[in-house]
Write a protein that binds this ligand. Sequence first.
Ligand SMILES: NC(=O)c1ccc[n+]([C@@H]2O[C@H](COP(=O)([O-])OP(=O)(O)OC[C@H]3O[C@@H](n4cnc5c(N)ncnc54)[C@H](OP(=O)(O)O)[C@@H]3O)[C@@H](O)[C@H]2O)c1
Length: 241
Amino acid sequence: MESQLSINSTAKLNDGREIPLLGLGVYLSPPGDVTKNAVLTALAAGYRHVDTATLYRNEADVGEAILARDSPPRDEVFVTTKILNAHQGYENTLAAADTSLVKLKTGYIDLLLLHSPLPGKKKRLESYRALEELVKSGKVKSIGVSNYGIHHLRELFETNPEIKPAVNQIEVHPWCRRQELTDFCEANSIVVEAYSPLAKAQRLDDASLVQIAQKAQQNFCTNFNSLGSPAWLCELAEKYK
Ligand SMILES: NC(=O)c1ccc[n+]([C@@H]2O[C@H](COP(=O)([O-])OP(=O)(O)OC[C@H]3O[C@@H](n4cnc5c(N)ncnc54)[C@H](OP(=O)(O)O)[C@@H]3O)[C@@H](O)[C@H]2O)c1
């Protein structure tokens, strides 16, 4: 089956905005040139979505790459960052978002997430109220949560938030389907954003996956043949068939 997905594919958020489906995550990417060059390379390759967090300590490098002279215009790139658990609470979340903006220098944050529900009910709800304020002040465009279970989302809905969470970023991949949670999110118009989509490289030798990859290589080769692409690319694809 041919996939209709491309690097330009997006998902519609419940606030009307679009999030590019494919993003570059920079967890464990060291601060400095490594992160900056990774983001520059991704943008040059067509990526338009970067996922960082205060925890990753590389927001400044992500921002530098997004604002670099040869990068696409700011409003064509979707940047996500996240509030550290230790920064949750109403005032702390407002201050943490300001600090992220100072580091990113991107003018606004496309998506701001509460990194996890671990700080407890009081802080979860206070922090979410701060996220709503950040949207109203224009510092943040879309808001959401990460690592939330169904009970955390229900707890939030009981407070009748003015702005619904647009995204729940959770670990999802073929070996971690989380069907009940993803169904719940879908029923409540929350986009599920998969993290660790490659299963942290622990299943790359799985027989079914290898078979699918081989099939994809075949299609890849066929597609490139029909586009008249360089022979070396097709030879490479043939080699892995
Ligand atoms: N919200 C959260 O709590 C949370 C938690 C975890 C992750 N995330 C987000 O999700 C992003 C991705 O998650 P992740 O880094 O945990 O896991 P992942 O993307 O599933 O896997 C990353 C691992 O795959 C390896 N890899 C990638 N391509 C490969 C290839 N072709 N051959 C061999 N190995 C390959 C990488 O190797 P190298 O190290 O050599 O590149 C790295 O070890 C993060 O960067 C972050 O933005 C969010």
